[in-house]
Structures are given as structure tokens and as C-alpha cells.
Design a protein around this ligand. Structure first.
Ligand SMILES: [Zn+2]
Length: 432
């Protein structure tokens, strides 16, 4: 037996109007399986830099590894390329698919580094092509072929440090574009039985179902979870009121915070997603549209942080911050001309709240009643007892802050695919 591992990466097959790269992958996988081709491990769904302006909706690529005999390789490649050709939204200008084949037992370190860069930063088609040449990967470009960046990056993402799973169920072609029919009560029950081993099923505030997307894509629903077994069990609990064409379980970097990097304020660049610690340096203000903006600083500089309207209740936390509060901001940085760099908040940790002190009139030393002010700086008096005390007798009392120290996150409706939900973090979940 002359078995080889062939890694297959696919990206940029979808458009805002339809299709989904995960579906192209699912069809290719099923087609290969029906030809007796075996897969090694789980197929993977890799989310790429969420801040990149050329992304389609979720900016995801997929990769799967086949274990094949050398002579089967041409048939495998042909099946994959034909599937992409048939299903990709090639008529849409911004859809520029890429397919990459890489044969080998090990993923080269250079490719792993490239993969990290595609999740956290920006790269070019040239860079991807030259790396592919260097490591001996075979690239196939459709139209501009921008997808080879994500396809190569997906092969390079070995998901060694953290990962989750998503089971994705697809609709029959005739139902796509119509309202999704899933029994709401069954999703609530599924959530009760499987949370937190599955997550993001429901919006904690509105109770709204979050497993069904709102786009014209072929996805009926996606169930995210810590392990494949739980997502399969959850899938069995969900009652679909329309037929499911097929489903696939992807291992993924979703919910892992892989896009984030620690940074000082002065280091922050557009298109990065960052974790920045500092002190609130300007009071939060609510701007047109209901967005909340405040600025924070560390030793290297000052940066704006924004909790946008779709983050709903999360804004109430940001709104109650005051100058001096110590926080850690998590979020993506987009480039907007004329505006200062702004961290689009995904999460916020409040480490320390500054005390708010209020001056309280002293009480009369004889009758115990609250004394009256004689005017600014003139001290206090009790009219009944005819006692006067100096201005310095006033007390400073610490006021209760309306927020608490802790970690806060945007609701699932506004959450980035890559953002790690607090439920996955060691500290207990808090309500906003
Ligand atoms: Zn008195």
C-alpha cells in the first residue's frame, strides 16, 4: 500500500447572495466518500481575519485531508475542482475561488506561520503563491484566485492550541432563500440539555434562536460545541420542519480568540484584532445611532473603543465607565479615514473601578441632625443648636458604582465567529 496524505484547502466560493464554502466542502467530501476515498481526521472550518475588507460574510475557508493511494490522487483532485467549478458563485465579481492541494505528513512551519498571519493580519495573492511554490503546494486559481490565500492558510492551521466544533446542516436547493423552518421549542430543549458543551444557541436576552443564519446561503443551522459528539447529540434533539440535504461536522478555530493579539496602544494597526489593557481616559459618550464611544490609554498612547448599537445591552457596561477605570479591551481595528483608530469591542474586562466620592454635610454633634451649608467654603451650621463647624468637617462618602469588576461580552447576535465566548473561559459567565 502506497498511502499518501493529501490536504485540500478551498476558499472564496461564496458571495453575499448565496453559497457557502462550508457547503462546497461538504459536497466535495460526500462525493469523495461515495468513491471510497477515506478522510483523515475531521474536516476543518477556518475563520480568517474578520477585519479584512475583501472578505465575504464570515471569511471562512475549509480544509480536509484525504488518505489515498498515489494512483487515486488525480481523481480526488479532479472531483474537488469540478465541485468548486459547479458550485462557486463564479458569476459574482467579488467571488474569486482558490483551491490548494498539499501532499505530506507534516505541515511545514512556514505554512503554519503564514496561516497565523492570514487569521491575524493581511497578506497578498503573490505571497500565497510564492509560499506555495516554496513548499511544493499545488494552487488552482479561479478568476483572480484570491481564495488561494485562505485555502493555503486553512491547510496550515493545525488547530493545536484550541478548537471547537460546528455541525452544519444544509437545506435542499428548492428551499434555499425561503424562511428556515426549525422548531423553536426543540432548540430551547437542546440548549437546556447540552449547554455549555454547545454554545451560542440562543440569545440570552431575547431568547432568539441563534443557530439559524439570516442569509440566503444553503445552511439550515449550525450547532457549535466543545466536541463533535455533543454537536451530534444536539443535532438529534433539534426538530427540523424541512428536509435536511446533508450535514457535516467541522473542527474549527471558531470561538477561540485566535484572531486576537496582545498589543500596546501605540502598536495597534488597522485590520488587527487586539487585546489592550489601560485606563479609561475620556468619559463614554453616546453618538448618533446609539453607539457608545470612550477612549483609553496606556503608557504608549490613547485609543478609542466603541460598543456599537448591535451590541445592545453590552453598551450599558461601556456607558457606565468613568475616567480612571482599569480595563482590558478586546476587539478588531478597522481603518476608517478621518476617524482615529477605534477598537470595535468584542469583550471588555473591568479590572478595577475608581471610587466615586461625594461630599456629605456633617451631622450636628449635639442633636445628630444633618447640618446645613452656610455657602461654599463657609462651613456648616445647626440652626436649632446654634452650632457651627468648619467646611473641613464635611465627609466624603464612596458612592456605589452601577457596574462591577468582571468580564463582559457582546450578545451572540453581534459576536464574531472567532470570538471566544465567556462561557468557554475559566471565569463564570456574567450577565451584562
Ligand atoms: Zn443640632
Amino acid at each position: 500500500m502506497n498511502l499518501a496524505l493529501l490536504h485540500i484547502g478551498i476558499d472564496d466560493t461564496d458571495s453575499k447572495e448565496g453559497m457557502c464554502t462550508t457547503y462546497v466542502g461538504a459536497v466535495a467530501i460526500d462525493s469523495l466518500k461515495s468513491q471510497g476515498v477515506k478522510l483523515e481526521g475531521y474536516p476543518k472550518l477556518i475563520r480568517l481575519n474578520p477585519n479584512w475588507k475583501l472578505k465575504t460574510r464570515g471569511n471562512c475557508a475549509i480544509v480536509f485531508t484525504t488518505k489515498v493511494q498515489k494512483h487515486q490522487i488525480p481523481v480526488v483532485k479532479e472531483t474537488v475542482l469540478r465541485t468548486v467549478e459547479e458550485l462557486a458563485e463564479l458569476h459574482i465579481k467579488t467571488t474569486n475561488p482558490g483551491v490548494v492541494f498539499y501532499e505530506g505528513e507534516r505541515i511545514p512551519i512556514k505554512l503554519r506561520k503564514f496561516s497565523k498571519k492570514v487569521v491575524q493580519d493581511i497578506t497578498t495573492i503573490d505571497e500565497a503563491e510564492s509560499l506555495a511554490g516554496e513548499i511544493g503546494a499545488e494552487v488552482h486559481k479561479f478568476k483572480l484566485g484570491r481564495g488561494i490565500i485562505g485555502a493555503l492558510a486553512a491547510i496550515g492551521n493545525t488547530l493545536e492550541h484550541d478548537w471547537t466544533f460546528e455541525l452544519i446542516a444544509y437545506r435542499k436547493p428548492e428551499n434555499r432563500g425561503t424562511p428556515r423552518k426549525v422548531d423553536t421549542a426543540s432548540v430551547v430543549k437542546m440548549n437546556t440539555k447540552t449547554f455549555p458543551n454547545t454554545f451560542g444557541n440562543l440569545d440570552p436576552f431575547t431568547g432568539e434562536i441563534r443557530i439559524t443564519p439570516h442569509t440566503p446561503c444553503p445552511i439550515l443551522y449550525g450547532i457549535r460545541g466543545e466536541d463533535a459528539k455533543t454537536t451530534l447529540a444536539a443535532h438529534k434533539l433539534v426538530k427540523s420542519l424541512e428536509p435536511i440535504e446533508r450535514f457535516v461536522v467541522y473542527m474549527t478555530n471558531q470561538g477561540t480568540d485566535e484572531h486576537l493579539r496582545q498589543a500596546k496602544v501605540a502598536e495597534v494597526k488597522p485590520y488587527w484584532s487586539v487585546i489592550v489593557g489601560g485606563e479609561v481616559s475620556s468619559a463614554p459618550k453616546i453618538i448618533l445611532g446609539g453607539h457608545v464611544i470612550f477612549s483609553m490609554r496606556d503608557k504608549t498612547g490613547k485609543i478609542d473603543c466603541a460598543a456599537y448599537e448591535p451590541t445592545r445591552q453590552f453598551r450599558d457596561v461601556a456607558k457606565k465607565l468613568i475616567i480612571g477605570d482599569k480595563v482590558v479591551a478586546y476587539g478588531g481595528v478597522k481603518e476608517k479615514p478621518e476617524l482615529p483608530l477605534t477598537i470595535n469591542l468584542e469583550k471588555l474586562s473591568i479590572l478595577k473601578l475608581v471610587p466615586v466620592l461625594r461630599k456629605v454635610n456633617p451631622t450636628c454633634p449635639r442633636c445628630g441632625k444633618r447640618m446645613k451649608s452656610e455657602g461654599k467654603g463657609k462651613g456648616y451650621s445647626c440652626k436649632r443648636c446654634k452650632i457651627k463647624v468648619p467646611a473641613s468637617a464635611a465627609k466624603l462618602v464612596e458612592m456605589r458604582r452601577e457596574i462591577e469588576v468582571g468580564a463582559f461580552e457582546v450578545p451572540p447576535r453581534a459576536r464574531r465567529h472567532l470570538a471566544k465566548p465567556l462561557v468557554r473561559v475559566a471565569y463564570p459567565r456574567r450577565e451584562y
